[in-house]
Design a protein around this ligand. Structure first.
Ligand code: NI
Length: 211
């Protein structure tokens, strides 16, 4: 099977898997991360096959609560072996999946490979810009989090919770993402999307009559 076919089959596999799950972790996020990883990978001269597979599989174990931190790479390995992908590529992809998807610990995951850094960048970029704002409000709506309350100040040590607001989440997380980029290509994209967040906030406060 050609690399192109393997990528296509993996797309179908993930689409199917996430559509059936219906837990809010959507295929469209995966698709955007894949496209972005490909774009960054081309500019950074990465191994595109590994970067693209890593992007497509990065949330494979995120849709359900897995106690096993290696669940993502185990599932990925099973899938890639069924397509006879070479062992070297499987190892690289599995290490990406483990590092991106394991968020259960406070230990900061460290991406070793260029391809892993690219997938991490692409995943984080999806939380910025117009799409990032849409995702933030969609998630807040799902969790019953209010849009804004001038009395509730951002808490930089907290995750988005019922006690905070969507607008606070900009300060608690979204505006900090730009400085986490690994690659130069991603940094450039992040800078533009970051500026969009700032402009959005300005307009928001203007309409609200605050600040
Ligand atoms: Ni993701």
């Amino acid at each position: 099977m050609s690399h192109k076919q393997i990528i296509l089959r993996t797309q179908e596999f993930m689409k199917d898997r996430l559509l059936k799950e219906g837990s809010g972790h959507d295929w469209q996020h995966i698709f955007r991360v894949w496209k972005m990883a490909k774009e960054i990978g081309e500019k950074e001269k990465a191994d595109l096959f590994v970067a693209e597979l890593g992007a497509l599989l990065h949330d494979i174990a995120d849709w359900k609560f897995f106690k096993d931190p290696k669940a993502g790479s185990k599932e990925s390995r099973k899938w890639l072996e069924s397509l006879n992908v070479d062992e070297d590529s499987i190892k690289k992809v599995c290490s990406i999946v483990d590092n991106v998807s394991f968020k259960g610990s406070k230990i900061k995951s460290k991406m070793e490979s260029l391809e892993g850094k690219i997938v991490q960048d692409a995943d984080r970029l999806d939380a910025l810009g117009a799409i990032g704002i849409a995702r933030c409000f969609a998630y807040s709506g799902f969790k019953g989090i209010p849009i804004f309350d001038p009395k509730i100040k951002p808490n930089l040590n907290k995750k988005l919770s019922n006690k905070s607001t969507s607008i606070n989440h900009f300060y608690e997380k979204l505006l900090l993402i730009k400085d986490l980029m690994n690659t130069k290509t991603a940094k450039n994209i992040a800078t533009k999307r970051h500026k969009f967040l700032e402009d959005y906030l300005k307009q928001f406060y203007l309409e609200w009559g605050e600040k």
